[in-house]
Design a protein around this ligand. Sequence first.
Ligand code: C2E
Ligand code: MG
Ligand code: MG
Length: 595
Amino acid sequence: MQSPSVTSSILIVDDNPDNLRLLSEVLTHEGYEVRKATSGSMAIKSVQTLLPDLILLDILMPEMSGYEVCQQLKTNPLTTAAPIIFLSALNDPFDKVKAFNVGAADYIAKPFQFEEVIARVRHQLALRSAQRELETLNSELEERVKERTQQLELANAQLLELAFQDRLTGLPNRTLFVQQLEKKLFKAQASEDYGFAVMFIDCDRFRTINDALGHDAGDQLLKNVAQQIKALISKLNILSRFGEDKFALLLTEPANQPAVLQLADDILKSFTQPFIIRERDVFLSISIGIVFANVRHTQPEHLLRELNKALRQAKLSGRGCYQLFEPSSRSESLQALDLERDLRTAVEQQAIAVSYQPIVNLQSGQIAGLEALACWQHPTQGAIQPGVFISLAEETGLISEVDFLVMKQAAQQLQTWQTEGLVATDLSISLNISPKHLAQNTLLRQVDYILEETGLRPQNLRLEITESSIVFDTEFSISVLQALQERGLKLSLDDFGRSYSSLSALQKLPVNFLKIDPSFVQNLESQPLNDSIAALIVNIARIMQMEVIAEGIETLGQLTLVKELGCELGQGYFFSRPQDAQATLALLRKKARFF
Ligand code: C2E
Ligand code: MG
Ligand code: MG
């Protein structure tokens, strides 16, 4: 029990002056600050002037009973907190019950023993002080939550701006363009009306101009190009800076072919005049690829792939012209079917291999973990990029098997290394899980199977899930992530910032790491550090109490900057490219220190 605190104040209310004096002497002697009141009304006035820490209240008083005083104090929000101990010669259980009913904290029967009074007073004061501490903690917590929400809202707004806008030209960037394209396709599918077209407008030999005139002039030129194209199109259309010197144009209005080709012609013609950059005439030509949407285009990538082909065709035909995409020849669609069949066979024959890329602790420079990446060596076409076969696997429903194949091999590999004592027992392997796989009910069973088969600890496995606003909205996916965390697995959100999922969704996600997309790391050297998206992501991670992994570190300069930003972990060609198990083991055994 707490010892009497000099600062605790007690109000004694009793119409009997002898009681009042005696109690007051005892409690003052105990070190309390004592105030006295000889009637109910005096007590109420006194409490309102200064709230005591405890009230000792007589029940039987002539003008106003202790019950009434208690009731009044308890119904007033300003005085309700002070605990009240009744003092009374009424010793009937009925009176005691009534006392508690009107809000008393305790009851002492007269004639009282001072030891008992002191013990009960101490007890009530200790309770009161614990309650106060709790209130302070609660209000501090509320304050912190409020602050955090405000910080997140601010970061959200900044991220929105940075994530969707090209800084140089002020045009929508690639991410926003792809989103708009997706929406447009979705609408077209719903209404079965595909009356729209898309263009890629690419500057010819821009690099040469950039090298000759310098980057600043190159930037100015790109701004002028953007303005010139914008002046020729209606406001309803969406012009985006899609790549360094590549623009994408979504013609949202119902388009007939002659009108679209006429527009392409007008844009090309406008480039016959020189741009004036630093008082010099600069001639720039462009090439245009055009695709008309149709029922075969179910995803933006389908349109983008054809746009690239059309653009390549335009460049091959001598640049400075446009080229309409010719619907794929029969052989092309057959090729796509072949690839799908081959992937199915590769999965059946477990012919998907794994390569490993180190994840480096940016303080110690040592390997903290490995990321397992799927590799597919096609029997006739050679290595196929994960970017190609992973999306094919997602489209064809093979993804959960591909993920599982990689998971099995990587976990078995780690187990072998561990049992042979070749690696530290806390080395973790990160596995990529497609959001499409997460949305199925196979993942938990697969993870349990792997843990059981290999005897690895859950901490040895980390799962990376690519940020995707659509999938994470489902309660089911979130519940799977929670179940994984309950099993002790750590989770990373991969490619964070690339497709921009809303921060409110991020708040719901139980993840431990944010992986900054390589594109943001690679942009670091070209702008002030504090203005970078990477800095914003680190900030978000701090607020959410997550750690940050910077992906795609290729140069010492980038490494220095991500360290300066406070990223805990890093990954990239600067340290090591993904390699097979043997080369990875050699790296691990060397206990490589990368800086
Ligand atoms: P990710 O999970 O973000 O993996 C990192 C990718 O960045 C890898 O590409 C890696 O080779 C590449 N990378 C690493 N360091 C650098 C660097 O310094 N510069 C650049 N430019 N790139 C770097 P990779 O192997 O082509 O994989 C591409 C994506 O395919 C992965 O991105 C991941 O989303 C997906 N993927 C790979 N394996 C699997 C898998 O088993 N299952 C699933 N669902 N997806 C996978
Ligand atoms: Mg990954
Ligand atoms: Mg990534």
